[in-house]
Design a protein around this ligand. Structure first.
Ligand SMILES: Nc1ncnc2c1ncn2[C@@H]1O[C@H](COP(=O)(O)OP(=O)(O)OP(=O)(O)O)[C@@H](O)[C@H]1O
Ligand SMILES: [Mg+2]
Length: 669
């Protein structure tokens, strides 16, 4: 490992006061975090008192890996390196009683949330509009991220937001009735607990005596509250971030949190790192010039002594099919010429849908690849089914799980029955499962239908008990047999092949669950069914298939997913108006965030960075004309190369015109 530079060393050794490391891409911020953890342990602070927080499981995993090279197993024991959300889940699972939650809390994902909201809307007499369900859902998320409770939302909401605020109140009440929380609650509820119960806060402050946060610019208001509460007045923390890489405003991120730190902690030390160890100088120069077009609250410099490097290429294509083909063929040739590994290449894009044509070309060329964040294993119906059963065993009040599997496989429990049951449960503010055993429901449902429901409930109880007391995994296999699930999959698949694939997925899920149960984990010794289920639920929501990439595969991912990573060769594709910058951002005049995204993309590159755009592209079934992104015109002309001159002279002229204009402007100002 090369030595840390003096500023990095200062950052590692500053432990007696709050510290902010504010620095550009590739300057070693994440490295400071990992080295600092090792330093703290070697200074005598046991690892179990240290927590490091990141935003994705992938980042957490990478960080753990880096630290394990610096410390041995014994020194590492109890170290907490996790996402904000899994720390929140941990707190909630230990302290749920204070909020009158029962053990076995269910975690609702976005789809569960929408289903619940729709259900509330359809059973309510209030003036709710089913077509606005996405808007309500978004609003509720924004409130939770801004640390606004339902009561506060209701009393402060504008006329426009009033209905959403009412739904927020109902939604919160229903979640509680189902013993469920949503993703945003994983931060919000721990903050509420800490704010209202000093003794619990003190316990956690004692547990976590030093806190480190990576990518701090992406914290939202509620996350900042959590950090503030945990570190207390002493402010034993290190946070690192880069305001130019703030790309989660749409999820409530507040880059202002960087400035806020200075106001909240008078003793805050700010360290800036200026040397970039990742990229060739030219890549850095191009990135710096692009981001200079954004206003800046903090002045940062960034230089590299890795050598200047070749000009960055801009490839133009006549359509998106060609783009995919040519880039894949470039990669194959380049690899052949230089002896690089496929793992050295990354194809980055603005939206997930852009990966499709590339996948096809990669397969045609027989190039191994890995897509981060594509359709998740957890999105498969059979996986959702089995997980819903398990969720229901852990928490019978989980209505989302109940509805998913009460009639899968078929039990002759139809929509009319469920509708009547739902109306009754809603009236009484209880879960569907509880409603089945109430006296009052007898008047609402035909006897035969109710008998079938009750039979299902009894079976659920019995199986859940067996799973909790007996051999969990043997019981899991047993229940899947009892419900004849494999046969049901056979009957409900179009081909034998599809059925086999689904059965294989189920087997894989069971193996995975077993691995989770066995995996040694920082803070938990016991691994009951509810532990396993909550772990896998969070994995599902956070990860969406970001799991173990094999070596020697080309990486495909969105710019958002690429944050924090680095690759020798980067292809930034679809650098076109309405894609990057995204159409929505153009319409809402939010170009700065798009520029930061482009900056994140360019700064992932170590040796080469190639841009590519098309003059025509298929959108919504039609061929439409595409214009190169305005960001290309903001880049220094002398550092770009346009190899494919012929077919698009005109477009290039246009860009060069703009580039000259930008150049002139920058000279004049
Ligand atoms: N002092 C150093 N000497 C040599 N290499 C270093 C040094 N510090 C960091 N590096 C290397 O530089 C690269 C970038 O470091 P790191 O990922 O920590 O940067 P970062 O500031 O977190 O970047 P980003 O803003 O993209 O998250 C890594 O490959 C890291 O190993
Ligand atoms: Mg980093």
């Amino acid at each position: 490992m090369p030595k840390l530079n003096p500023e990095q060393q200062r950052a590692v050794k500053t432990i007696d006061r709050p510290l902010l490391v504010l620095a550009g891409a590739g300057s070693g911020k994440t490295r400071v975090i990992t080295e600092k953890i090792a330093y703290l342990v070697k200074q005598g602070l046991p690892a179990r008192h240290i927590a490091a927080l990141t935003f994705t499981n992938k980042a957490a995993r990478e960080m753990k890996e880096r630290i394990s090279k610096l410390l041995d197993d014994k020194q590492l024991r109890g170290l907490r390196v996790s996402t904000f959300h899994s720390l929140g889940l941990d707190i909630l699972r230990k302290e749920h009683k204070i909020l009158q939650y029962k053990a076995g809390i269910s975690l609702f994902d976005e789809q569960d949330k929408i289903t619940l909201l729709k259900n509330l809307i359809s059973h309510s007499n209030a003036n709710y509009d089913i077509d606005s369900v996405d808007i309500y859902s978004g609003k509720i998320g924004q409130w939770k991220n801004a640390f606004i409770t339902p009561e506060q939302a209701l009393s402060h909401a504008s006329l426009d937001d009033n209905i959403a605020a009412q739904i927020y109140v109902d939604y919160t009440r229903s979640l509680k009735a189902y013993n469920a929380v949503d993703f945003d609650d994983l931060i919000l509820l721990p903050v509420l607990i800490f704010q209202n119960h000093a003794e619990i806060l003190e316990k956690w402050q004692n547990k976590i005596r030093y806190l480190l946060v990576d990518e701090y610019q992406d914290t939202n208001i509620t996350q900042y509250q959590l950090v503030k509460l945990l570190v207390g007045k002493l402010g034993k923390f290190t946070v690192v971030g880069d305001d130019d890489q703030s790309i989660y405003a749409w999820r409530g991120a507040q880059p202002e949190n960087l400035a806020q730190l200075q106001k909240d902690y008078a003793r805050l030390t700010v360290i800036k790192l200026e040397q970039n160890y990742r990229s060739y100088g030219r890549i850095l120069k191009v990135a710096n010039q692009l981001i200079a077009n954004n206003p800046h609250a903090f002045e940062k410099k960034l230089w590299s002594n890795m050598g200047f490097g070749e000009p960055l290429r801009v490839l133009t294509h006549k359509n998106d099919n060609e783009e995919a083909k040519q880039i894949v063929s470039e990669i194959v040739h380049h690899k052949f010429k230089t002896g690089a590994d496929y793992g050295d290449y990354a194809i980055l894009y603005r939206g997930n849908h852009q990966s499709r044509l590339f996948e096809r070309s990669l397969r045609e060329f027989d190039v191994p690849y890995f897509i981060t964040g594509s359709t998740s294993f957890f999105a498969y119906a059979e996986i959702k089914d089995i997980l819903s059963y398990l969720k229901l065993f852990v928490n019978p009040d989980d209505d989302a799980a109940f509805l998913r599997i009460v009639n899968t496989p078929r039990r002759e429990i139809g929509p009319t029955t469920l509708e009547k049951l739902g109306a009754y449960a809603n009236e009484r503010h209880i879960s569907l499962f509880s409603a089945c055993s109430e006296m009052g429901v007898r008047e609402k449902l035909p006897q035969a239908a109710l008998a079938r429901l009750q039979k299902f409930c009894q079976w659920t109880h019995k199986t859940a008990a067996a799973m909790q007391t007996g051999d969990t995994f043997a019981e899991m296999n047993a229940f899947i047999q009892q419900i004849n699930y494999h046969q049901w999959l056979q009957e409900n698949s179009n081909t034998q092949q599809a059925a086999e694939r689904k059965i294989k997925n189920v087997t894989e899920l069971l193996e995975w669950l077993q691995r989770i149960a066995k995996s040694e984990d920082e803070s938990e010794a016991e691994k009951g069914l509810d532990d396993i289920v909550s772990k896998i639920q969070l994995m599902d929501i956070l990860d969406r298939n970001q799991d173990n990439q094999a070596e020697n595969q080309v990486s495909l991912m969105t710019l958002h997913a690429a944050k924090g990573l680095e690759f020798p060769h980067v292809f930034l594709i679809g650098i076109e108006e309405n894609i990057l910058p995204h159409q929505n951002s153009i319409e809402s005049n939010n170009i700065e965030e798009e520029r930061r995204l482009a900056y994140v993309g360019i700064t992932r590159a170590q040796h080469t960075c190639t841009f590519s755009y098309c003059t025509h592209r298929k959108r919504y079934g039609d061929i439409t004309e595409s214009e190169p992104s305005r960001f290309l015109a903001e880049l220094p002309e002398e550092d770009l190369e346009w190899p494919s001159k012929k077919p698009v002279d005109e477009a290039e002229q246009k860009i060069r015109g703009k580039a000259n204009l930008a150049h002139l402007k920058s000279m004049l100002s």
